[in-house]
Design a protein around this ligand. Structure first.
Ligand SMILES: [Zn+2]
Length: 317
């Protein structure tokens, strides 16, 4: 659920409103926008959801403090609505919602779907397919180029990767990783294989590791490639600069730039461009502009010499 930009404004109360004022304002608006009174009115449904979320924020002292600190307008962590006790909230507003067996039965499908309570319960009981989960993952340039692994957190609740939702460990006892629930409420962390030559924006699909259900949803991971400072991406091609000393420019030199071997031919001019086939992303070129710089060139040379005395190939600086 989205966070209301200003819950005070949504409920039409002042910032110093008392708990009783806030509750009264919510009750009045909830009656006005209740889906039962506005059948089929999407705008009323959305408004009902917005005011309910606003009230859920302001009735909880911790969440209200978060709002007062500027929450929702900043990029800080947003409150977790999945832990909100909607039955109490609706009771407070005198909304007729029957919570038999923990499942609200309003008889209003739109209302139920709005809060996803029914579908959430049905999914956990394996009666509906699980939702797909989307995650973003940023990997270093070197990993994207040569391949490797990286850990991604899938938004929760998501299927336990240890038992893949079966709730059982290999020994037939309840899975230890999820205490036999088959689900990680706040999301599972998974090590994923980053294929060699991964592009910016590449999509990886982790089948069956999304939201719980029957069948479980997939986790879809969008990979972002973190480039070293000073490196620009143009399509899959990478553009970088290399500082060399005037002596290197005259004699030529082979050096590592962000883990890519660059061969500078003898007699290279300042501003000359060297192309490294396969030095970019997904097999594209790296385009290196040479700069004749005495001190930066010497610093680079000194670093290369140290790297060279270890083992060439791993420099990522
Ligand atoms: Zn498990």
């Amino acid at each position: 659920m989205s966070v209301p930009s200003d819950p005070y404004q949504t409920l039409g109360v002042s910032r110093d409103a008392s708990d009783a004022d806030i509750k009264a304002a919510y009750r009045r608006l909830a009656m006005q926008y209740h889906p039962d009174r506005n059948p089929g009115d999407r705008e009323a449904e959305e408004q009902f959801k917005r005011i309910s979320e606003a009230y859920a924020l302001l009735r909880d002292p911790d969440k209200r403090a978060w709002v007062d600190r500027g929450g929702g307008r900043s990029t800080g962590p947003s409150p977790d609505f999945s832990t909100v006790d909607w039955s109490t909230i609706f009771e407070e507003a005198d909304l007729k919602v029957d919570f038999g067996e923990g499942v609200p039965r309003t008889g209003n499908a739109a209302f139920d779907a709005l809060f996803g309570v029914v579908t959430g319960v049905m999914r956990q009981r394996g009666l509906l397919p699980g939702a797909h989960r989307n995650a973003d993952l940023t990997v270093p340039f070197a990993t994207a180029r040569v391949g490797g692994t990286a850990r991604v957190r899938i938004p929760g609740p998501s299927v336990c990767a240890s038992c893949r939702g079966s709730r059982l460990g290999e020994d037939g006892r309840p899975c230890l990783a999820c205490q036999g629930r088959g689900v990680k409420r706040f999301g599972e962390r998974v090590d994923v294989t980053i294929p060699k030559g991964t592009r910016e924006g590449a999509q990886l699909r982790l089948r069956g590791l999304g939201g719980p259900g029957q069948p479980p949803g997939d986790a879809r991971v969008t990979v972002h490639v973190a480039l070293p400072p000073g490196v620009e991406r143009v399509g899959d091609e990478l553009h970088a600069e290399l500082a060399i000393t005037p002596l290197e420019a005259r004699r030529g030199v082979t050096t590592l730039l962000h883990g890519v071997r660059v061969r500078v031919p003898p007699g290279s001019d300042d501003g000359a461009v060297v192309r490294v086939p396969g030095g970019g992303l997904a097999g594209a070129d790296m385009r290196v502009t040479l700069r004749h710089r005495v001190w930066r060139g010497l610093a680079r040379w000194a670093r290369d010499t140290m790297v060279g005395s270890r083992k060439a190939g791993g420099d990522d600086a």
